[in-house]
Every structure is written in C-alpha cells, then in structure tokens.
Write a protein that binds this ligand. Structure first.
Ligand SMILES: [Zn+2]
Ligand SMILES: [Zn+2]
Length: 245
C-alpha cells in the first residue's frame, strides 16, 4: 500500500481486527476501523462509524482510498473538546488520520483514561503531601519560637514571682484532681454504709446483726462472753446453725 499523500510504499501490520500503517514523512496513520475500535473508546468509534455509514452527503476528499481506490470522504469531529479531521473510505472501512488525531483516539481507551486519572490523582496526593510538609515545618518553627520566647520570659522574672506562679500552678492542679478525689471519698462512705447496714440487736449476752451473705440474708450472733468462739452465722430463711471459728 502507498501513502495517500506522498505515494511512498508503506509497510503494513495486519491482525484479525484489520491493518495499520504509518507514513513518518506525512505524519499520517492509515488503519482499518476495526483497529480503531480495538484501541480506542469502542462506543465512541462505533457511534462515529454508524454516523459515517448513515449520512450520504459528506464532503469528498481530494484523493482516492489507498486500499480500494474508491473516493474518500472527509469530516470533522470533536475529541476531548479538540477539533479533529477524519478522512475515511465508506467502501473498505479504512480511516486516514493525522498522527495527532490517532493519539487523541487512543487516549479515549478506558485503560488510557484510567491511567490518566491515576496519574492526576498521584500528582494531587504529591502536591498535598508537599503542602503538609510545609505546614509541619512552619508549625515546628512557630513552636520553637514560642518556646524560646517563653523560656526567655521566665528567665527574666524575679524569683518571688516564679515561686508564686509555681504555687498557682499547684492550686490549679489540685482544683483539677480535687473533684475526683472528693467523689471517691463520698463513694467510699456510701459503700461502707451498705456493708454495715442491717438490723443490730443487743441482748444481755449476745449481739445479733442481720447481714446479706451472697444472695441470702443471714443472722450473725456474737456472744459477749465467749469471745471469738461465740460467733455464729445462721441463715434467716433456712435456720441452720453454723459455727465460725
Ligand atoms: Zn506520506
Ligand atoms: Zn477503501
């Protein structure tokens, strides 16, 4: 096959999808619409080609098809908001594109689109990381400045003022931790109240107290005369007597 413009003989690469050839001198790519479908956005090329086959009154190109020698047609189309010229043969489905237009078609392929999106995303992440590093450095410098100023200010204070500031700091600390400590003391008294709660009876020779042990109420008898040997625990519901040492 010869170039449609300079008539130089061109090498062709063929596959089941069709053929493709390029003239380096004229910067032209001559290819079957099947190859264009395979390498570009399939839907875009398919709708373009159905438009080409349906419409009759296209502007004729000045030259004939390099594959079948029938008259070529030409029309303009927009890819990514750029105007491109397409020369095509309605008889043998050959397209003749400027290399720039061919590259624009290739860029519409979903894989190429994904790659471009990924690259744009990576660029944005890199830019954000650079910004974060800048902010980090600025904050570090600011912190050092503030810390330095504070140290210089503290060094310039008379010792009495320094001691007063330490005392105020201690008071603030106690104010902060004082509330939980007070709550802890109140809670402790409440728990102790629950433990010693119960009915206590004092008779002539024993002290009897009602006390919850586990889930059952028990009576505890303490003999006034027998010392530790006189402590008895008795279940209130099942009055069996146990002797505790
Ligand atoms: Zn050429
Ligand atoms: Zn043709």
């Amino acid at each position: 096959m010869n170039c449609v413009q300079c008539k130089t003989a061109l090498a062709c690469s063929t596959s089941p999808d069709g053929m493709i050839s390029e003239c380096q001198k004229c910067q032209l790519t001559i290819l079957s619409v099947g190859r264009l479908l395979q390498a570009s956005d399939r839907r875009k090329v398919a709708s373009l080609w159905s438009y080409v086959t349906e419409v009759e009154n296209f502007e004729p190109a000045q030259r004939d098809c390099p594959c079948c020698q029938k008259p070529l047609i030409r029309f303009d189309l927009s890819i990514e908001n750029q105007r491109h010229r397409v020369v095509a043969c309605k008889s043998c489905y050959t397209c003749i594109l400027r290399n720039q237009t061919h590259r624009a078609f290739l860029a519409t392929h979903p894989a190429a689109q994904e790659k471009r999106l990924l690259q744009a995303y990576q660029k944005r992440v890199e830019a954000q990381n650079l910004e974060l590093e800048k902010i980090d450095r600025a904050v570090g410098t600011l912190f050092q400045d503030v810390h330095g100023s504070l140290s210089r200010f503290q060094d310039s204070l008379p010792p009495q003022i320094k001691r007063l500031a330490q005392l105020l700091g201690f008071c603030a600390l106690m104010h902060f931790f004082g509330i939980p400590i007070a709550l802890g003391i109140v809670f402790g008294f409440m728990v102790a109240g629950r433990v010693f709660e119960g009915r206590v009876t004092i008779t002539e020779d024993a002290v009897c107290a009602e006390k919850q042990i586990g889930s059952k109420p028990h009576d505890i008898f303490v003999s006034q005369s027998a010392g530790a040997q006189g402590v008895q625990v008795r279940s209130a519901r099942h009055p069996t007597t146990q002797k505790a040492a």
